[in-house]
Design a protein around this ligand. Sequence first.
Ligand code: A2R
Length: 312
Amino acid sequence: MKAMIIGAAGFVGGYLADAIRQDLLCEVVVTKLPHEQLSRTDLDVKNLDILNPIAIFELLKEERPDYIFHLAAQSSIGYSWKNPSLTVDVNVKGSLNVLNAIRQLDYSPRVLVIGSGEEYGHIKPGHVPIPETEFLDPGNIYAATKVCQNMMATIYSQAYGLQLIMVRAFNHVGPHQAEIFVVSDFCKQVVMIEKGLQEPVMRVGNLAAKRDFTDVRDVVHAYTRLVQFGVPGETYNVGSGHAVAIQEILDTIVAQSDAKITVETDPAKLRPVDVPIIEADTHKIYDATGWVPRIPLAQTIADTLDAWRAVL
Ligand code: A2R
């Protein structure tokens, strides 16, 4: 058996490759953009730009993966405001290219199409935890493209009988995440302070917002279970099911350091449209796969701090 990860050079790809080997016991082929670096030497790596439909089809025809995980995306919300056109090209047209290539194959692989909890957007008070049936009200271009990807995959699954399973992943966190994300940002700042590289002041945004965080090392096991046991044409939330205030995250991070730290609000980090609470309803994935996250947030934070300590 063989699995392919499309778009493996990002945060999730390496963790997913390890989970596939462990859970699915299969060979793993991964793709990256030609200009990207993949530090892993133990993986079979192919270059692929999903904006090139012929290249996708040729690669799939050659490799014939039994499982496909489609992670490739322009995944930054901030960048999606700056370059909406590229975000639409990659996340909508690129994903459609992937779906069209799969449709042309003479066999039917099981495919996980990764979307985002951001697709729900402006959650009304009292509408948490959020079930998959919730009204989609995306608040940014990234989220809108992921809604579109989900709809295209749902339609292709129904119309052409493809084995496409859709995910809406809520915030995932862990070692080596880019520092534009809050947990990684806070951990990096703490380590900078520990090492005397930053004055002992943490700069933070909205601490009252509550978000649903899951360790990336748990998320990838949800993906391996869904690709096996998810029902084609269905969408599944992947999250912890518990919202945690950013304030609590900050307190946990600061408590894990010996450094003396004060906290200051940075107006540049305050987002005007922050939704007060986002929390996934996780009954559907649990019923389908039995998956539950196992790594406590304090452990994720400890490991993320250690990863920054090793890097800085
Ligand atoms: O944007 P880059 O240069 O970081 O490359 C990203 C890559 N990618 C592409 N791959 C193939 N063809 C393209 N035209 C293309 N454009 C971008 O997909 C990056 O290496 C990878 C996605 O990884 P990340 O951005 O780190 O996302 P992460 O955290 O691994 O999340 C995986 C999926 C994404 O679909 C997210 O939207 C979703 O989970 O939450």
